[in-house]
Design a protein. Structure first.
Length: 290
């Protein structure tokens, strides 16, 4: 997905928020904003949102000296989501359609995104999302495809969110499906890394691997050869979150996307409303491609 002019204001907001997390020095915060503004002005028109994010957060790390400004909020998100996990697991098990319930909860978990909206309310989103459900009617296709495969490549997104992903991974495992769960190579925003996956126990229910990307999404040209081979050979690819949609939606490889549309740019590209829980099948993605 290409970037839009709206992305510039969003990245400047991110830069200031991350700088404030990393340091209380207003001079350093001002330097971050100044350099981020210059960087955005110099980027080529074809730069993707993920590449913009990679460059901006490199500036933040260099200017503040903090390799992981979001470390505290990531750990808090993991702990908070884990505190809800037993109740949510019970909800899935008692549902008339446990797979649909797990898919819906995983989509709701995508609200835990300090890049798009740092003021989210997980409990409120859970209540509203479980009542509202998934936008559109592509769940039957996902369920049918899952019944035909033995392995799923599940590309994760954020810390905290991955606890709700774990519910879906466990449901897939109960169907006899092996899952490989993908995390970022190194910290950026509140995106999940191997450390986060281990903290929530994802490594006990799935094989966990890194994409090799140090960016807020998955761009294949920035992944490792090992991940690219895994991606190209996968029977079924499920990609979570806006960043992975931004990076993979134009790829010819069939991908199911699962996310909450949290900004007008992504919502417009998907043809949905802000706040909708989206399950987008490869067939629907192809029909929307120019």
């Amino acid at each position: 997905m290409r970037h839009y002019l709206d992305c510039y204001a969003c990245f400047l907001r991110q830069a200031l928020e991350a700088a404030r997390m990393a340091t209380s020095d207003m001079g350093v915060q001002r330097d971050v904003l100044r350099e981020a503004s210059a960087l955005l002005a110099s980027l080529p028109a074809e730069a993707t949102p993920i590449e913009m994010g990679m460059r901006i957060h490199e500036v933040i790390r260099q200017r503040t000296g903090s390799l992981d400004p979001y470390r505290r909020v990531k750990r808090e998100s993991n702990r908070h989501a884990l505190s809800l996990y037993p109740r949510l697991k019970e909800y899935v098990a008692g549902s008339d359609d446990p797979l649909r319930a797990a898919v819906t909860l995983a989509a709701i978990g995508n609200v835990i995104d300090f890049g798009a909206n740092p003021h989210f309310d997980l409990e409120r989103s859970l209540e509203e999302g479980m009542n509202k459900g998934l936008a559109g009617s592509e769940f039957p296709l996902l369920a049918r495809r899952l019944g035909e495969v033995g392995h799923v490549l599940y590309i994760g997104d954020n810390a905290g969110e991955i606890v709700l992903d774990k519910l879906l991974v466990e449901r897939m495992s109960s169907l006899g499906i092996k899952v490989t769960f993908v995390v970022r190579e190194a910290p950026i925003l509140n995106d999940a890394t191997l450390e986060d996956a281990r903290e929530v126990g994802m490594d006990r229910v799935a094989e966990v691997v890194s994409s090799g990307v140090v960016g807020p999404g998955t761009l294949l040209r920035h992944t490792t050869p090992e991940f690219l081979d895994l991606f190209n050979r996968a029977e079924f690819v499920l990609a979570k979150g806006q960043g992975n949609y931004e990076g993979l939606s134009d790829e010819p490889r069939p991908v199911f996307f699962l996310l909450m549309a949290k900004c007008p740019v992504v919502a417009r590209d998907l043809g949905v409303e802000v706040g909708d829980l989206v399950l987008r099948s490869p067939e629907m993605n192809r029909r929307r491609s120019p």
